[in-house]
Design a protein around this ligand. Structure first.
Ligand code: UD1
Ligand code: BG6
Ligand code: NA
Length: 365
């Protein structure tokens, strides 16, 4: 079933042009979006007071990647909840809320308990899941199957990108009654259409990421700085590295750098900075300058052709990625980090598909 690949994680990373195609199949129509699972509920969702995203692990990170464009296209405030933390706090959930549960398996215990809690509190409950017939799919009022195909590697890869795309289509569908954002929606829809070929393009960085991995093999730690649309990319990239390569790694909000993380910077600690083109680009350029002035060991991810704009005197390593619509860029940017985590794991001699102490689906609290 792995075909020509050595591991399921590797196969699942490389099949993303296809999995993203199946996520969108039949759902982008006449310049608009048709999600059969949501269409009866769009009016209710448009009237809600807030959207609350709830999930664990990679699925939480996917929701975090979706947050900016859901806010932008719908105008509805979005809050984020790690499922276990919502339960620990017994945080307020209201009838006027739309609670969106994100889970690849649809069987994660914390997420399902948070779903029971939101149902008791009267919220409209929406599922985003890869598993038809799962408990999440059955118990939610409505939702979207991401149709990424079965994911076997414990570290989620193709489900992450398909979750983001499913939520992009959800945001487009909710916002489809707004005239003021029509042009923006059209640009995102054309971005979605070009995404599979863009993903094929970024997968060509495989050998480059293997080489980067070999330079990081003995590092104790790896930081990843992102912001805006790519804050989630930083968290998810770091999660991949820690869960499979068993290396300490933290994703950080670049805007918080001066409030603590800067103290860690020296010539040894490797730091990845995500600085692809969007409204935060110039802020990331100044973050890079500040890190370089403290002799930081930097790897900068930037848009194609921007190497000298992010790293004027060639003092850092650069990963150039193809550009898509800014809000979809997280789908592209995570892929070099998935490849990096994969190669780092193989080079360090750890089990790629079955990382130490972890399970694909955590069905107990
Ligand atoms: C559905 C069919 C698909 C068919 C298409 C044709 C299923 C599972 N899907 O896809 O095979 O090709 O029509 O028009 O038969 N749901 C939840 N919670 C979730 C996810 C989904 O309640 O977490 C519900 C939806 O609200 C919907 C149903 O499950 O009622 C199917 O969802 P989905 O597969 O996303 O719908 P379609 O894309 O319309
Ligand atoms: C487990 C997995 O912790 O559950 C993670 O090891 C996953 O990879 C998390 O992200 C959430 O799983 P699900 O199925 O709810 O998306
Ligand atoms: Na359901």
């Amino acid at each position: 079933k792995k075909g020509s690949y050595d591991h399921f994680m590797q196969k699942e990373i490389h099949e993303q042009p296809h999995s993203l195609t199946t996520t969108m199949r039949g759902r982008l129509k006449d310049g608009g979006v048709l999600l059969g699972g949501l269409k009866e509920h769009l009016k209710t969702i448009r009237r809600c007071r807030r959207v609350v995203f709830i999930g664990c692990g990679t699925s939480y990170n996917a929701a975090l990647a979706a947050r900016p464009f859901v806010e932008e296209l719908t105008g509805i405030p979005v809050t984020m909840e790690v499922a276990s933390d919502l339960l620990d706090r017994q945080g307020p959930i209201y009838r006027e809320d739309t609670a969106v549960f994100v889970s690849q398996s649809g069987e994660t215990a914390d997420t399902l308990l948070a779903l029971d809690y939101a149902l008791e509190n009267g919220a409209l409950c929406v599922g985003i899941t890869n598993t038809v017939g799962s408990t999440l799919s059955r118990k939610t009022h409505c939702g979207v199957h991401i149709n990424a195909g079965c994911e076997i590697g414990v570290a989620s890869t193709k489900a992450y990108t398909s979750q983001i795309v499913a939520m992009a289509m959800m945001a487009l569908a909710i916002g489809s009654d707004q005239i003021s954002t029509q042009a923006r929606r059209n640009a995102i829809i054309s971005g979605l259409t070009s995404l599979p070929s863009c993903v094929s393009g970024v997968l060509k960085l495989d050998a480059e990421m293997k080489e980067l991995a070999s330079s990081l093999i003995d590092s104790e730690s790896l930081l990843v700085f992102g912001r805006g649309y790519n804050y989630a990319t930083a968290l998810e990239g770091a999660l991949k590295v820690k869960e499979v390569a068993l290396m300490h790694s933290e994703g950080m909000l670049a805007g918080e750098m001066k409030h603590g993380p800067l103290a860690l910077v020296d010539e040894n600690l490797p730091i990845i900075v995500i600085a692809t083109r969007d409204a935060c680009f110039s802020k990331q350029q100044s973050v890079i300058q500040q890190l370089l002035s403290r002799k930081g060991r930097l790897v900068v991810m930037c848009s194609k052709g921007d190497a000298s704009a992010v790293c004027p005197n060639g003092s850092c390593r650069v990963i150039e990625v193809p550009g898509v619509a800014d809000c979809l860029q997280p789908v592209i940017n995570i892929i070099p980090l998935q490849l990096l985590a994969y190669h780092l794991t193989v080079l360090r001699g750890f089990d790629v598909d079955q990382p130490r102490n972890l399970a694909k689906s955590v069905t107990t609290q």
